[in-house]
Design a protein around this ligand. Structure first.
Ligand code: TXA
Ligand code: MG
Length: 309
């Protein structure tokens, strides 16, 4: 199914067997929980506990690319497999009109990880999904290219302090602003200036208990190596450029944004990584991307794409 972020591989989230088929289709490690997609806040409230901070964030960012991790309600009907056995559930309302129509018609929660095989580049067109799975899927709904192009921001509201588990199109600054607009003091984020609100990017080496187990170091990986912060390029390398002056001399070149627009760059990222992922190239060299706003999410994905496999 299309969403505004990336294409998702959807299944009835209350049906354990359907959810198990997602894990098997993706060859996904069983410990990595899934995001549930719903049409409206009323449906979300059937599944998770709903603190005031969730109400506030949902009002501001839903439908849209923000996923909230909340405690499962005691009477939650969503398969335990979706939470990978944990006590929390990740949930969001996507803004893609076709996704919304589908979810409204279905009425319940749809578990949908990105529609790629585990560890590979996320799909931003229906054709990418077909390339990835061939005839293994019963149906691919073509909703056109994804406008955001990067997965949702994952924000954990289940602990004492809201924590971003995965950076995305909704930035840390936007979340901080929205939360500081008048919350109960105990739920208040520490001021960003104090530096105590960290963008958590757990790694396999430093975080034995991953809060967002999907954030493994190697992910989004093309089949050829990815080389970051390139200031030069070899003749047998492909170049993923950024900005008005791409480095000359690459075997192939795609520019994420000639005008240095990070939103445009995010929407092109996965499609361009796929397009440059040709056996004829030794590697994909990537020009530096500013590490601010959506650039943080772009650099997060690129770091994982280039991590040791
Ligand atoms: O934009 C998106 O979020 C896309 C579209 C299809 O909605 N979906 C997506 O799903 O990116 P997936 O499964 O590829 O990534 C889900 C991320 C993983 O990093 C996973 O570990 C984390 O969310 N996650 C899911 N449930 C969680 C939970 N209960 N607690 C902590 N992290 C969770
Ligand atoms: Mg994914």
């Amino acid at each position: 199914m299309p969403t505004e972020t990336v294409y998702g591989l959807g299944a009835d989230a209350t049906n354990g067997e359907a959810v198990a088929r997602i894990y098997s289709a993706k060859a996904r490690p069983q410990f990595n929980p899934l995001i549930v997609h719903v049409a409206d806040v009323a449906t979300a409230k059937h599944y998770v506990e709903w603190p005031e901070v969730a109400e506030k964030l949902a009002a501001k960012f839903w439908p849209g690319p923000l996923t909230l991790v909340l405690k499962r309600r005691a009477d939650c009907l969503i398969s335990e497999l979706v939470s990978a056995g944990g006590e929390t559930l990740a949930i969001r309302i996507p803004s893609h009109p076709v996704a919304l129509q589908l979810l409204k018609a279905f009425g319940g929660g749809v578990a949908a990880p990105s529609a790629n095989r585990s560890g590979r580049v996320s799909p931003t067109t229906a054709q990418h999904v077909r390339d990835e799975f061939g005839d293994d899927l019963p149906l691919i709904i073509d909703g056109g290219p994804c406008v955001v192009g990067l997965e949702s921001t994952v924000l954990d509201l289940s602990g004492a302090v809201p924590t971003i588990l995965r950076p995305g199109a909704v930035t840390l600054e936007e979340v901080t602003l929205a939360i500081e607009g008048g919350l109960a003091p105990h739920a208040m984020l520490p001021p960003a200036a104090s530096g105590s609100l960290t963008l958590r990017t757990p790694t396999t080496t430093t975080a034995p208990q991953l809060r967002s187990p999907g954030m493994l170091e190697s992910h989004y990986a093309p089949s050829i190596p990815v080389r970051l912060n390139a200031d030069g390029v070899e003749a047998d390398e492909a170049l993923l450029a950024f900005g008005p002056t791409p480095i000359a001399g690459a075997a192939a070149c795609l520019n994420l944004s000639a005008t240095s627009d990070l939103i445009e760059a995010a929407s092109n990222l996965f499609a361009y990584l796929r397009a440059l992922d040709k056996a004829a190239h030794r590697a994909i060299a990537v020009m530096p991307i500013p590490n601010a706003g959506v650039g943080i999410a772009i650099n997060d994905r690129l770091a994982r794409a280039s991590a040791p496999r």
